[in-house]
Ligand binder design. Structure first.
Ligand code: C2O
Ligand code: CU
Length: 483
């Protein structure tokens, strides 16, 4: 029974629930009620990202707000998202991490025609899994997402764990100039070839914040979403012990993360249960030290003078499982996927003192192609020939190898997968993810049942890497007998 909403995400700003409320069956597929309808209008807007005396920032936003409105439904309900494009360019909306039919996946040219300026597109699908998801464009996403187009999508469990407040923190970073405007150096070679577009201003729910108000004794469910193009977050809640209960929307054995730090690569989500064990009036820093030499204070947890209760509740915080088919490793088909390229590659930087490389990378499209590869191929659009065709309803293991000196959050559309090993060592929790963060030179094996037919993007979610070659399509054959 969530009792609070993040104040910075205006729920009134969009149309909620025109459809009848589904009497909480909690079970997908049992009832077919009218869909819950939401409207998203991406377009230019102004946002107060940084406090006065800085001016507002010109952004692109859904319904005028950064982040976009929170879409929130119950598991088992059907969603209808009506997108009406107020931008001067084409767009799409991709609901990241949601297992939905291919035609609703929001990938331009691959699953739909892009939505032109002034055009409308209607997405409709069932909320099969409970969890924390998000939506963003898949068209020119390194610029469209970076300019502010993203929003949270929460699917509630039929019986969520009891907390005092159920909150979403959309984490984002921005590359702002002195006048608080967004630096327009999209697609530059340095970002594309190195760690991606890392900003200089970090926002929580659309604003650089000094503090976040809490009360002694309260229990929060904090849904963390990394909406940044390239920044990895490593959050420490000083003086507190966050308990991770879900990763990428999917339940995981509740645990305190290694060294207490909550790590989120781009596009990843982590749900934590955070008990407010501090004293009234106290302040504790939330620090992001993923990049140790660039550690900073995200905000302070600021305790009110008032006490909610003497100590936080002790109730169970384990989330109910989602209906994902369990991989059968004994019968799995195995595929090797190698990620290569990047600015530190031998010869790559060597060529940069000449003009040739720069000229090639900064050509008409501005986005450097061919910098990063998957299995030796550098693809840049949304419709490359499939890199893999998977037999439907079979278990597949993808052995991922990061042969580069950079982090890559690797995302598969249309499925969640178990991360079963890292560097040859079985993972402790066999976590379900839709985006797996590979450290430099790291190996990981992921396993899933290819039960969702269609052509699915498989790409690095550092959006500059995606556009500079680290993109592929995985086809799940429509016919179960085909391989
Ligand atoms: Cu969040 Cu292919 O994307
Ligand atoms: Cu990458």
């Amino acid at each position: 029974m969530p009792t609070g909403r993040p104040r910075s995400i205006p729920r009134r700003a969009f149309l909620a629930g025109s459809g009848a409320l589904l009497a909480a069956t909690g079970m997908p597929g049992l009832a077919r009620a009218a869909p819950r309808e939401f409207r998203l209008r991406p377009g230019p807007a102004a946002a107060r990202l940084v406090p006065a005396p800085h001016p507002d920032t010109a952004v692109w936003a859904y319904n005028g707000s950064v982040p976009g409105p929170e879409i929130r439904v119950r598991q088992g309900e059907r969603l209808r998202i009506v997108v009406d494009n107020g931008l001067a360019e084409a767009t799409t909306v991709h609901c990241h991490g949601i297992r939905l039919p291919n035609a609703m996946d929001g990938v331009p040219h691959l699953t739909q025609r892009p939505i032109g300026p002034g055009e409308t597109f209607v997405y409709e699908f069932d909320a099969v899994d409970a969890g924390t998801f998000w939506y963003h464009p898949h068209q020119r996403s390194s610029e469209q997402v970076d300019r502010g187009l993203s929003g949270p999508l929460v699917i509630e469990e039929a019986e969520p764990p009891a907390v005092d407040r159920d909150l979403t923190w959309m984490l984002d970073d921005w590359r702002l100039l002195g006048d608080a405007s967004i630096s327009a150096d999209f697609g530059n070679l340095h970002d594309a070839a190195m760690a991606g577009r890392i900003g200089n201003s970090v926002t929580v729910n659309g604003a650089v914040r000094d503090s976040f108000a809490v009360r002694a004794g309260e229990r929060l469910r904090l849904r963390l979403v990394n909406a940044a193009n390239a920044r990895v977050f490593g959050l420490r809640f000083e003086g507190h012990e966050p308990v991770v209960v879900a990763l990428d929307g999917q339940p995981v054995d509740p645990h305190v993360p290694a060294d207490g730090r909550v790590v989120l690569g781009p596009a990843m989500r982590v749900d934590v249960i955070l008990d407010m064990t501090g004293a009234p009036g106290a302040r504790f820093r939330v620090v992001d030290d993923f990049y140790p030499r660039a550690a900073y204070r995200l905000l302070d947890l600021a305790y009110a003078a008032e006490v909610l209760r003497d100590r936080p509740p002790e109730a169970e915080v384990r989330l109910p499982a989602n209906p994902i088919p369990e991989p059968d490793l004994a019968s799995a088909q195995r595929h090797v996927v190698t990620f290569g390229g990047g600015g530190m590659m031998g010869g790559m930087m060597g060529g940069m003192n000449g003009r040739g490389m720069m000229g090639r990378m900064m050509g008409p499209g501005m986005h450097g192609g061919g910098i990063w590869t998957i299995n030796g191929r550098a693809e840049t659009g949304h419709t490359p020939a499939p890199m893999l065709t998977l037999a439907r309803d079979r278990t597949h293991v993808l052995a991922l190898a990061n042969d580069t000196g950079f982090y890559h959050p690797i995302h598969l559309h249309g499925h969640s997968f178990r991360v079963i090993s890292r560097n040859g060592v079985p993972t402790r929790r066999r976590e379900w993810q839709d985006t797996v963060l590979l450290a430099p030179r790291e190996r990981a094996e992921i396993a899933f049942v290819a039960d969702n037919p269609g052509d699915w993007m498989f790409h690095c979610h550092i959006l500059e890497h995606q556009e500079a070659g680290m993109t592929g399509v995985i086809r799940v054959a429509a016919d179960a007998t085909r391989t």
